[in-house]
Design a protein around this ligand. Sequence first.
Ligand SMILES: [Zn+2]
Length: 385
Amino acid sequence: MIVCHHRFLLLFQQPEGPVLGQLPLAPNWEPAVEWAAFAALRAGGRETPPHGRVVPVADPRLGLPYLSGFRVELDGADPAPPPCEFPVTYFARDARRGSAALVAAKKLRDGDTFSYRLLAVEQPEESSAQSAALAFEVGEETRPLAVTNAPLPPLFAATMPMGETDGSSAYPVFLPQAVLTEAQALVEAAGAREVGGLLLGHLQRDPALPDIGAVVTAQIPARHAVGEAEKLTFTPETWAAVEAAIRLRRSREIILGWWHSHPARFWCQDKACSPATRRACSLQRGFFSSDDLSLHENVFAKAFHLALVVTYADEGCHHALYGWNQGVVQRRGFRLLPDPTDARPPPTVAGSAPLPTSPPAEAAAAPTHTPIRESPATCQPADPP
Ligand SMILES: [Zn+2]
């Protein structure tokens, strides 16, 4: 149960200008509470169910009802873990939605700069409780989380950083090059067809730090997934096959996430784009689509769940890793465990970047992998005046 005794809304304004409008929010608090529970676990606490209350955090200069964010106070943990705070950018997607509505209402023009503020209004008589179980569909979620105890420094010493991760709140992820090599081979063999699978591994806790790292050990191709040219979906047979593979491997692995391909080199073949234009096209550079985000939010809702995207570009395959950070899915870095039997150079990995990414207009024809559209206007959280 997630309890919140406030209504939240976004207030839109142009710099030095009038208020443009407000957007009542119906936040999904589950990713925030899930993140808070994982943060408590990383800090050395026991596993707690993702239950708690959401409390507004007043803007230090403006005071209530203006907020600098909110915090999650978990139930049931003894001793209670420190509250976990979330910034205004938790609502960045709502801000884009609101700005699009303002553009449609002709209160903003394309490219206009605006700011938004988060406000909360008390509603003591109502409890906006949500079921904490709705979003979780991966089979093992009802079991206690399998965490192994082992020191993390040897893993740091044996790996090299790839890409960057925003913020200090992100947990370490260790990914073997062999897994990337396997995935890449499957992608290249599939040609124009989109393929994918599951990432298996362990959550490794180092009580001395304390912290928890996600250690990927294998990828299992989703052989029963429906891989059409445009879109990959996981079927019940996929999950059954992966559970069977986990049992067969006898390594007590859990599902750490999923991977799939974007065969971008086949998406634009009808276009008369120059090689330079194709190189600059964001479909070729890699992105996380609105479909990808929807699948991740609904099926891979645990705070540690990862998504690897292998983009099959004109110049070959490159990789990007995505994961939860403070309740929001972002591109993130990882640590690469080299394969001693592989003499090839390390794979190409895109750096960190906030989600979402938008394709240039000329590249927006990819069937269903249209990245989430940024609002035409430019938005940012408001600085206190
Ligand atoms: Zn995708």
